[in-house]
Design a protein around this ligand. Structure first.
Ligand code: CMP
Length: 151
């Protein structure tokens, strides 16, 4: 995931991150940095031909972003449900975009949309494997029914 420059500028990093932690997703990587245009162009390469590509890259490189990785059962779908639809004005109440945003383009967060994208994005944002922490929450057996859900 990315917490976009509007999230950082508006002081919403902790508020948004806490939703994923409280949900029970496991935080395995986290960094705050202003990234160069080239890095964002590669991240959004799939949108290269779209009319909004240049302004998207300008916005995303205009200030620090937080890159993070979460783990959990069905994590990609769970996160996308929590994030809401792309246009924040149409996002359902209770979702991150629905609760905190009014914009289509400045929509607070980016979340990988599938397993292949997640694999590419994880390598792109956390190229050094040591940046991704393998750990087990002490309360894992309370977050899940391990025998039924994690076998
Ligand atoms: P994201 O989930 O990061 O994926 C691509 C981003 O492009 C999207 O969130 C928006 O920030 C932006 N975006 C997508 N569609 C449009 C659009 N029609 N106009 C402006 N920005 C868009």
């Amino acid at each position: 995931m990315l917490l976009k420059p509007d999230t950082v500028q508006r002081g919403l990093v902790g508020t948004i991150l806490s939703r994923f932690e409280a949900k029970g997703l496991k935080l395995v990587a986290l960094k705050l940095r202003q990234f160069p245009r080239g890095h964002l162009e590669k991240h959004y390469e799939v949108h290269k031909a779209r009319p909004f590509f240049d302004s998207l890259v300008s916005y995303m490189s205009s200030g620090p972003v937080v890159a993070l990785a979460l783990e959990g059962k069905d994590a990609i779908g769970v996160v996308r449900t929590m994030v809401g639809v792309t246009n924040s004005r149409e996002a359902a109440p209770g979702t991150i975009r629905g609760d905190f945003g009014m914009s289509f383009s400045n929509n607070l967060v980016h979340a990988s949309d599938g397993a292949d994208t997640a694999t590419f994005e994880l390598g792109h944002w956390f190229g050094d494997a040591a940046e991704v922490c393998e750990w087990e929450p002490a309360d894992l057996g309370w977050r899940y029914n391990i025998a039924e859900e994690l076998a």
